[in-house]
Every structure is written in C-alpha cells, then in structure tokens.
Design a protein around this ligand. Structure first.
Ligand code: PLP
Length: 396
C-alpha cells in the first residue's frame, strides 16, 4: 500500500491554499477587482530587469551542455564562490564555497538542514507565530516540533518560556526574521540574548544546539532595523537563504544553505548536508538560475512598493480601530481578530470580500495575517471593506 502519512499530507492542503482557491472561484464569480485577496505571499513586484537581461545573455551565450547541464551536486563552484565572497564582504563572516549548498529555495534549504542534523527523538524549537510548513519539515525529518509562543503584545521572543522549553533533547532552534506571518524583526539585543542562552545550554547539556536562520525576507526591511547575521553571533548556525521574495523569483526555486565556518566539525556537517540533499533528491539546483543569481547578488526587486503598502494599510487599519502588530519587514501584517475565534472572524471578513488567513495555522490563534504584496490600489480600495467589517462587529 501507500504511505498513510504522505496520503494525509497530500490530501490536506494548507489553509492558505484553500483560501487562495476560494479566492479564485470568487473572482470568477464577481470580478477579480471586487475581491480583496490578501491570502498568499506571492511577490507582486516583478523581478528586476537585470535578472531578465542576465538570463537572456546566458541563454544566448552559454553552450547548451553547460547552460542546461548538471552542475556539481552542491552547486556550481563559481556560483558558490561568488556567494561566499558576497557574504564575506557584506557580513565579515569567513564564508567559503565549500560550506555553501545551492538549493531549490528556502523550503529545500530547511528540509535538507533538518535532515542533516536531526535524529529520532530530537526536538526542534520554533517561535510562534511560525511558517506552518515547519511542522511538516521537522516531523518528516523524524524530529518533534516544539513551539514557543512569542509575547502577544509585540510578538518578540519570550525568554522565560524559551528557557523552560530547552532540554537535553533540543537539537535546534529555528528563527525567521523578518517573520512570516508577523513582519516582526528580532532586534540585535534579543539575538545576543538568544545566542548567549543557547551557548549556556550547550555547556549545560554538553552537546551542540544548532541555530537555523530562515531568511527569505532578509532584504525586506522598512524601518532601518538591523537584521543580525547569525553566523557572526553563534558558531553552530545555518543560514537558509532564498531568492524567492526579495528578488521576486519564487517560481524559479533557487536559494542556498550556508554552514557557519566556526561550527564544530563544519566539514562533516557540510558532508551531512550533502548527504541529506542526496537522500532527498535535492542535488544540482536549477543551473540557469544558479548562474543568474550569481550576477544579481546585490540586487532586489523594487521593494519600495511593499513599504508604501505597509504604511497605507497600517495607518488605515489603526485609524479604523484595529489592533495591528506594526511590521518592520517582510510583506505581512498580523492583525488582532475582532473575536476570539480567528476562523469565525475570517468567515465574517469573507462576507465583505476580504480574504485573510487565520493565525491558528501559524501557531498563534486570535490573529489574522494580511499578505500585502498586492497592488497598492487594492489596499486603498479594501479599506472601506475593513471599515464595514469593523462596524459590523460594533452592531453585535
Ligand atoms: N520560510 C518562510 C518563512 C516562508 O515564508 C517561505 C515561503 O513563503 C519559505 C520558507 C519557503 O520559501 P521558498 O519559496 O524559498 O521555498
């Protein structure tokens, strides 16, 4: 027979996808312009022209056997060298190509990393709210996901809860800053506190505790807040990077894993990353995309559009009376539900053609996520609907 576990995963699509599908049907019924679809984190800004230009040049000039050929398993050496040099220059961390593994985006970076480091019985900590696929990735690697709720007033790390959640089974902690779904950035002082705590716990339990930094939104920062580069603070760290969001290339599936050079036995750890990539079938990331991003390492899409959307939406919602966690980055906003059950709130919002995502799947009930990577015009036109929804609750 077939795997019951995979059958269940395949049949049960994510809530976000369900809402998105509902939106498609609804748009066909009443016209796309009349549905305020805030469900999906699909970048609305096109990739920079440079990406297209580089791709066109590569297609025109590169011999087919190179352009479309297999690269080496962890990725093309020149590409990995370019990324290592970029990390060295930008973050003053001693990166080498031998510690960089090219992947099909952050999802693959995370699954490979988790499979490389965890064994049965290990626990992996994630802070709620978190990207829902973490549960799937961690459990498939054979480990257990332990969720640590953030402080509800600002969705920052609650160190008391975190400290109690670390035990001798803790193998890794995942952070995601700027965060999906809240847009919150972990301030440097909290990164220092977190890494100090993990160092102390490593000593206490006499073992490594890895810190995995999931960074698809690193470049999407609107407040000048510093996004700490984790390998500069903590030896046993991994960076799981992706070009999906800041370079607007989610469908091209390209990213990488960087293993910190100061990690104990980093060569063996990198070999385990290669082993996990092999076991999962994630070798030789797409070649054209590898060659393309190597020439666009310092480029982003025009992210000022998200900054503008954020301001209009934040001002509009708070003027109406909503409680909003002000996001520093990414392109998501986390808004307090107007009733305890965020699913009921989501259902009621649908009556006003507002498609929001309940926070429960992100491990944070009582909130909804708004993905504001949409046309600015849609944000502006949605504000009266948000007002009507708010008034509707007042009439209860
Ligand atoms: N991690 C987080 C926090 C995300 O929001 C996403 C995608 O939305 C991913 C990982 C996966 O990204 P990718 O498209 O690069 O696989």
């Amino acid at each position: 027979m077939i795997s019951e576990k995979m059958l269940e995963l395949g049949k049960k699509s994510s809530v976000i996808r369900e809402i998105f599908e509902y939106g498609r049907v609804r748009k066909a019924e009443i016209g796309a312009e009349n549905v305020f679809d805030f469900s999906l984190g699909n970048p609305s800004v096109p990739a920079p022209q440079k990406v297209t230009d580089v791709m066109n040049r590569l297609i025109a000039e590169t011999p087919a056997e190179v352009l479309h050929g297999y690269t080496s398993g962890p990725g093309d050496l020149n590409v990995r060298t370019a990324i290592a040099d970029y990390i060295k220059n930008k973050y003053s961390v001693n990166a080498t190509p031998g510690l960089i593994y090219m992947t099909c985006g952050a999802a693959a970076s995370l699954t490979i990393t988790l499979n490389a480091i965890t064994e049965l019985g290990d626990e992996v900590i994630a802070f709620a709210p978190f990207f829902p696929e973490y549960r799937v990735f961690v459990e498939q690697a054979g480990a257990k996901l332990v969720t640590v709720p953030c402080k509800t007033e600002d969705l920052q790390i609650d160190f008391d809860v975190l400290e109690k959640s670390i035990n001798s089974n803790t193998k890794a902690v995942i952070i995601n800053s700027p965060n999906n779904p809240s847009g919150v950035i972990i301030p440097e002082k909290d990164i220092i506190r977190l890494t100090e705590l993990l160092k102390a716990k490593q000593q206490e339990y006499g073992k490594e505790i890895f810190l995995i930094s999931d960074e698809p939104y690193r470049e999407l920062v609107f407040t000048g807040e510093k996004v700490a580069y984790i390998p500069a603070y903590y030896d046993n760290s991994f960076v799981c990077y992706s070009y999906s969001k800041a370079l607007s290339l989610p469908g091209e599936r390209i990213g990488y894993i960087f293993v910190s050079p100061t990690m104990k036995e980093c060569g063996d750890v990198f070999a385990a990353v290669c082993g996990a990539g092999r076991a999962l079938g994630y070798v030789c990331a797409p070649s054209l995309m590898q060659y393309t991003i190597a020439e666009c390492l310092d480029d982003t899409a025009d992210v000022s559009v998200y900054e503008k959307n954020r301001q209009i939406l934040y001002d509009g919602l708070t003027d109406i009376g909503y409680t909003v966690i002000k996001p520093d980055g990414a392109f998501y906003m986390f808004v307090k539900s107007l009733e305890e059950d965020a699913y009921k709130f989501y259902e009621r919002a649908k009556k006003f053609e507002l498609l929001l995502v309940p926070g429960d799947d992100f491990g944070c009930p009582g909130f909804v996520r708004i993905a504001y990577c949409v046309d600015t015009d849609l944000i502006e036109r949605s504000l009266p609907a948000f007002k009507e929804l708010f008034e509707d609750y007042k009439n209860d």
